[in-house]
Design a protein around this ligand. Structure first.
Ligand SMILES: [Zn+2]
Length: 305
């Protein structure tokens, strides 16, 4: 496996490999993720890239399985599943798609299959990557057919050879999975440097814990924005930019009694939205209205969220 330092990795892996379809209305997409390295954002200058045919999942639901074979020692199936479900929730927070876990599965992620031989089971699992893929941490292939095109299968491989490093840092693994789940939606690598789906070079895993405005726009272009997309974009901005008030990053949004909210365990505080008003709630302190979501969103958007 690859042991290069992050900056070297960024140079060595500053590309995205993709395989174009050779059929009019069916085909395959592939994207890889490598060990990530920090990169200086330069501000939105371009745009997300979806599959050119804008293939989508029927009923906006990604039904998927997990195969724990080859899972690295030192991390449990429950932990990996928790990371997968949390990553799925990040996408669900900003667009009207749903990741639906169907259970464990013994079928391998058949990322190398041709269209005629796919099993139509979307499987997330582990395999040792070798050869020209040895340096990658993850890898997704997806298949679609019909007109308009529907996705029929998407598989994610996590690299067992990098498993020891990933297993020792669940947050990094969760960030990797967040990026890869974007590919399971047939979102390609973005031209926007301040994007989880940017990959030239890859952003750091710390960065990839929180979706950006460009990621939200990519998913919304396929499925429409989620009910609380604007509030979640503000939450995303807050957790990356105001860590003295809300930490850690990568927290999931929940719903209770009309509140859509995140609880931040490190700062022991909440951010919530109710009736389009954004609220900040330090535990034990007073609820502080921060303003109207519509009035605050432009600042989040300007910051890249
Ligand atoms: Zn990628």
């Amino acid at each position: 496996m690859m042991t290069v330092k992050p900056k070297t990795a960024a140079l060595a892996l500053a590309f995205a490999l993709s395989t174009a379809s050779s059929f009019a209305n069916q085909g395959l997409g592939t994207d890889f993720s490598a060990q990530t390295a920090p990169v200086q954002g330069s501000g939105p200058s371009a745009r997300f890239i979806t599959d050119s045919r804008k293939a989508t999942w029927p009923d906006a639901v990604v039904n998927y399985y997990y195969n724990p074979s080859n899972q690295p020692a030192g991390i449990s199936t429950d932990t990996v599943l928790g990371l997968i479900q949390a990553a799925g929730r990040k996408w669900e927070n900003v667009c009207k798609v749903r990741f639906n876990y169907l259970g464990t599965q013994s079928a391998d992620p058949d990322v190398e299959a041709s269209f005629g031989t796919i099993d139509r089971l979307s499987v997330i699992g582990w395999m040792p990557l070798t050869g020209d893929k040895a340096g990658f941490d993850g890898y997704v292939s997806w298949w679609f057919q019909g007109n308009p095109p529907s996705l029929v299968d998407a598989d994610m491989v996590l690299n067992t050879s990098a498993g020891e490093r990933l297993a020792s840092d669940p947050k990094a693994l969760g960030a990797l999975i967040t990026h890869e789940m974007g590919h399971m939606l047939a979102i390609r690598h973005s031209d926007v440097q301040q994007s989880v789906m940017f990959a030239s070079p890859y952003n750091s895993y710390s960065f990839q814990n929180t979706l950006r405005g460009d990621d939200a726009a990519a998913c919304a272009s396929l499925y429409g924005p989620s009910t609380f997309a604007d509030a979640n974009r503000i939450f995303n901005w807050a957790e990356q930019s105001f860590s003295q008030f809300v930490a850690p990053t990568g927290v999931n949004s929940l719903d209770l009694s009309g509140y859509h909210y995140r609880f931040f365990s490190q700062t022991n505080s909440y951010m919530a939205v109710k009736d389009n008003t954004l609220l900040f709630l330090p535990t034990g302190g007073a609820v502080t209205p921060l303003g109207n979501v519509d009035q605050i969103l432009p600042a989040a958007a300007a910051a890249g969220f």
